[in-house]
Design a protein around this ligand. Structure first.
Ligand code: F6P
Length: 360
């Protein structure tokens, strides 16, 4: 019997289990066996760690957050495939993985991961290891695919937080700052900001300044609205392109960095009560939304189709209503940022939402 391997790599997100279940069920239909490697790429070698996956062993996981296979962020298999910077996976690891694939009789390996994890998959492909990629990130910033699963669940979480902040902000006539995830792109901030009635949305894609932010707050006050909700993406830059502490040192951003600065500066400039909430990993945990379950299930099923068709080295991409694929190499390293002239930003502006870049 032929066999399909699957692994989940990088930061987790809601919907990973739905991908696993979808792939297992679809494999079963086509007569493949399925194994799941544990802890991302780590489970492929020294020690090889895997479990047999069957429709019955994956029963009930559709609605569960996280990943039953576990995941590793930045383990031994770190790689980049950029034009200028290319970090190679150690040859002994590649050899080890080849052995595992051969010994277990794996026809194709489904790698579910974000940019970094897909770079590993690309290097595997170049070395003749049969892989297909499934894009994953709550940040929704992978190119070639309109939506990544997990994004909708994260937006749902951030919107719920804004709903809650709304009532307490109104009661206390306060300014509330909510920092949401989005290291390079402001998709979560934009969508949750619109869905949760944010008044100011600060994104990495739009240069903003303190005067416009404060002006919006004062304008609301003059209209009798004594509270304001400010949504800020963790990757937003300070005015003038200035970087927040960790951004400046080039290190991984600490959650709460930009949110704290925004909160303190507004407090200082306007002498009002401002409070900060940092949503952090709450956005990555918990049950996937129905949208993400449907999307993730499609990714799982179509990943099996790609293996069956031997379309290795490809990454699935959802371009509604199609689920197509592109070479992984075309998809990695190209961030999909918020379109600053897109329909969502335009609609937000039409409503009077401020992006801090101009008077409203
Ligand atoms: O890439 C997704 C993401 O959610 C980012 O928005 C965030 O910076 C990062 O993961 C944090 O991940 P971790 O704490 O696992 O390093």
């Amino acid at each position: 019997k032929q066999r399909i391997g699957i692994l989940t790599s990088g930061g987790d997100c809601p919907g990973l289990n739905a991908v696993i279940r979808g792939a297992v069920k679809a494999s079963h239909q086509l007569g493949y066996d399925c194994v799941g490697f544990l802890k991302g790429y780590e489970g492929l070698y020294d020690p090889v760690q895997y479990v047999h996956l069957t429709p019955s062993s994956t029963r009930g996981i559709l609605s569960q957050g996280g990943t039953i296979l576990g995941s590793t962020n930045k383990g031994r298999f770190a790689a980049t495939v950029g034009v200028q910077d290319r970090q190679e996976i150690e040859p002994y690891l590649i050899e080890g993985v080849k052995n595992t694939i051969e010994q277990l009789g794996i026809t194709g390996l489904v790698c579910v991961g974000g940019d970094g994890s897909l770079a590993v998959a690309q290097q595997f492909h170049e070395q003749g290891i049969p892989v297909v990629g499934v894009p994953k990130t709550i940040d929704n910033d992978l190119s070639a695919t309109a939506f990544t699963f997990g994004f909708d669940s994260a937006v749902e979480c951030a919107t719920d937080a804004l709903d809650r902040l709304h009532t307490t902000a109104a009661s206390h006539e306060r300014i509330m700052v909510l920092e949401v995830m989005g290291r390079h792109a402001g998709w979560i901030a934009l969508h949750a900001g619109i869905a949760g009635g944010g008044d100011v949305i600060l994104l990495p894609e739009i240069e903003w300044n303190w005067d416009h932010v404060c002006h919006k707050i004062l304008q609301r006050e003059s209209q009798g609205k004594k509270f304001t909700l400010v949504v800020v993406a963790e990757g937003a830059h300070l005015p003038g392109g200035d970087l927040v502490g960790e951004q400046r040192s080039g290190a991984q951003m600490k959650l709460g960095g930009i949110g704290r600065t925004v909160c303190d500066e507004i407090e200082h400039r306007l002498q009002r009560e401002v409070r900060l909430s940092v949503l952090g990993h709450l956005q990555r945990g918990g049950q996937p939304t129905t949208f993400d379950r449907v999307l993730a299930t499609q990714y799982g099923a179509h990943a099996v189709r790609l293996v069956h068709q031997k379309k290795f080295g490809e990454m699935l991409c959802y371009q509604p209503p199609e689920m197509t694929s592109v070479p992984i190499m075309e998809a990695v390293n190209v961030l999909r940022r918020v379109d600053v002239n897109g329909a969502a930003v335009q609609a937000a502006r039409a409503l009077g939402i401020s992006f801090g870049d101009r008077p409203v």
